[in-house]
Write a protein that binds this ligand. Structure first.
Ligand SMILES: NC(=O)c1ccc[n+]([C@@H]2O[C@H](COP(=O)([O-])OP(=O)(O)OC[C@H]3O[C@@H](n4cnc5c(N)ncnc54)[C@H](OP(=O)(O)O)[C@@H]3O)[C@@H](O)[C@H]2O)c1
Length: 349
């Protein structure tokens, strides 16, 4: 086997900082998002992955729900066949909401491994804590009568099935995504193998201070999705009140002081705060500058403080299509008063 050819302008992989998950597994401090949503085809996302690997990215953030794992997998396989060592890669995938069931979860995880062509996953997350189905690309008002709220016993049955896949060597680290403190407390209490990642929405206008700190205090690494404020998120996730992080005067001012695009200020802030950002891009140039952003020209303490003050509780991915019959609004998904709506605490909805 030959040696994997890096691009002439690549960042040497040994220069990319790594974090250590609380189970000892290492993860690069920045990843590449692959959610093409309704604006980037699987082919385009896979081409970006091809470029990104040659530029120095090693963590690729995938999910069955993105509908492009087989295309991303072809890009990963080419790199591996060309000599990229498998152990250099960190491939993360996620279990979708319609596979919350021990048998279905095992089959879904194996399918992601097969599609991604990587032999095992470095991390596998339960994408959302709610079992439901909605058609890809549906609009924001779509509801499915079979949608169900969070039910601890059911969630843990799926979790325990995934723990067995860790035992079998198919998954190196387990994690959750879109969970709150009340849910995380229960999962940490009942898991045999602890979650070591919570992939959560984090950007300057939505900093989730309390949950962020809870994760850090419990050995759960916060991975930041929508780190740039996801300007190209699906239409169903856009509301008139949403604030565009990169358009804020403070962000533009700090960006001008550093001579860069506000996107890179979002990433520097994320990295310096301690979360692990996974920006998505379809452009090689942006992929490279995003990767470089965490290596050079850090923000000052004053700039970090200015960005901290931008917090305005602006959740972008509200999750309303996952609501179950009887739920009042998307706020019910987020346990705002410290209890879990829709679940009576005794194994029933
Ligand atoms: N766990 C979950 O439930 C969940 C939910 C949402 C997302 N995610 C993950 O998080 C990843 C990132 O979130 P996201 O894709 O929603 O949003 P994002 O990373 O916040 O924003 C991506 C957008 O920013 C633009 N961009 C990227 N780099 C840029 C740069 N240097 N300068 C200017 N613009 C730039 C991209 O456009 P160009 O293509 O033009 O560069 C793209 O439109 C996803 O891809 C996915 O892997 C997970």
């Amino acid at each position: 086997m030959g040696k994997f050819q890096m691009a002439p302008d690549a960042i040497p992989v040994e220069k990319i900082p790594v974090k250590t998950l609380s189970n000892g597994v290492k993860i690069p401090a920045i990843g590449l998002g692959t959610f093409g949503s309704d604006h980037a085809s699987g082919t385009l996302v896979a081409d970006t992955v091809r470029d990104a690997l040659r530029l120095g990215y090693r963590y690729i953030d995938c999910a069955a729900a993105y509908g492009n794992e087989h295309e991303v997998g072809a890009a990963l396989r080419e790199a591996l066949d060309e000599g990229l060592p498998r152990e250099e890669l960190f491939v993360l995938s996620k279990l979708w909401n319609d596979k919350h069931d021990p048998e279905a979860a095992v089959a879904a995880c194996k399918k992601s491994i097969e599609d991604l062509q990587v032999g095992y996953l470095d991390a596998y997350l339960i994408h959302w804590p709610f079992p439901n189905y909605h058609a890809p690309g549906c609009d924001g008002d779509a509801r499915n009568p079979d949608s169900r709220p969070y039910i601890q016993e059911e969630f843990m049955a799926t979790w325990h099935a995934l723990e067995k896949l860790v035992d079998e060597g198919l998954i190196r680290a387990l994690g959750v995504s879109n969970v709150t403190i009340p849910k995380l407390e229960l999962i940490l209490r009942d898991a045999r193998i602890q979650p070591v990642i919570n992939e959560m929405e984090l950007h300057p206008c939505f900093q989730q201070g309390e949950l962020y700190q809870y994760c850090v205090d419990h050995g759960v690494l916060p991975i930041a999705f929508c780190p740039l404020g996801s300007p190209d998120r699906p239409e169903r996730d856009k509301t008139a009140e949403d604030v565009a992080d990169m358009e804020l005067p403070v962000m533009k001012e700090i960006a001008a002081a550093h001579g860069v695009h506000p996107a890179l200020i979002c990433l520097k802030w994320a990295n310096q705060r301690g979360q692990l950002p996974i920006p998505m891009t379809t452009k090689r140039k942006n992929a490279l500058s995003n990767l470089k952003s965490i290596l050079e020209d850090p923000l000052t303490i004053e700039e970090m403080e200015k960005i901290k003050a931008l917090e305005c509780n602006n959740r972008l991915i509200k999750g309303q299509v996952f609501l179950w019959p009887g739920a009042k609004s998307w706020l019910d998904l987020w346990d705002l008063d410290g209890t879990i709506p829709g679940w009576n605490g005794y194994g029933e909805a």
